[in-house]
Ligand binder design. Structure first.
Ligand SMILES: N[C@@H](CCC(=O)N[C@@H](CS)C(=O)NCC(=O)O)C(=O)O
Length: 223
């Protein structure tokens, strides 16, 4: 592999996990947050667009897309599958079938929001370019509705979304909502539609996910 494509670690201690993604939050945000939360030794490999084109041709990444997690010489693709895999590894999964269902619902809803988000962040077709403002409006309205629904579901019995234990649900809500709100400068939507959700996010940002927000969250990410 040529020098400019060598993303291997220079430190002597081999990291346990390697996360491959671009220099953005996007589809890697939850995975990064889990790895920071777990305090595990991992390498956060940020690939440039130009290198990705070349790396794709090497055949290393069978799925031909990112994020990819490398662990024990195996490569794992598909963000939600990776999130669940790490969720089980670090005890962040649901404690019963219903909680597990709630977590899966949240993780799947990322795609619903991200699909609209992409239309105005990277407008590809002429139609997208003409309707940037409409897509942004549609996104904000879906975002607001989604938060209002979750506000009603917030478990009243405990500190966290599912009650008395911290889980992937809390990680999802905290990092995904913060990122979308930052990108669109619409933190007010969270506060207005979900005051309790906003309070939960605030607590988690300053506690369980403090190291992620200090070191792993990419503030100037475009996505
Ligand atoms: N279903 C996949 C989608 C992954 C995906 O679309 N990744 C994009 C970046 S957000 C990508 O790798 N694009 C570059 C490419 O397809 O060559 C997942 O959820 O992980």
């Amino acid at each position: 592999m040529s020098k400019e494509l060598d993303y291997s670690e220079s430190s002597k201690e081999e990291p346990k996990y390697k996360l491959y993604y671009f220099n953005g939050n996007g589809r890697a945000i939850i995975i990064r947050a889990i790895l920071y939360y777990s305090n595990t030794n991992f390498s956060d490999v940020k690939i440039t667009k130009e290198d990705w084109i070349k790396l794709k041709q090497t055949g290393k990444f069978e799925s031909e897309d990112l994020p990819v997690l490398e662990y024990n010489e195996k490569l794992f693709s598909q963000m939600h599958a990776i999130e669940q895999y790490l969720g089980y590894t670090f005890n962040l999964h649901g404690k019963n079938m219903e909680d597990e269902y709630t977590i899966n619902c949240l993780l799947d809803s990322f795609d619903d929001l991200f699909t609209i988000f992409k239309h105005f962040t990277w407008p590809e077709s002429e139609e997208d370019k003409e309707h940037i403002k409409d897509y942004e409006k549609a996104f904000k309205s879906k975002f607001a509705f989604f938060i209002s629904v979750l506000e009603k579901k917030l478990n009243k019995k405990g500190k966290y979304f599912l009650g008395d234990y911290f889980s992937l649900a809390d990680i999802f809500i905290t990092v995904v909502f913060t990122n979308f709100a930052d990108k669109l400068d619409c933190e007010n939507i969270i506060k207005e539609q979900g005051p309790k959700i906003a309070g939960l996010i605030d607590i988690i940002k300053n506690n369980e996910l403090k190291s992620f927000f200090d070191k792993g969250y990419i503030k100037d990410s475009k996505f």
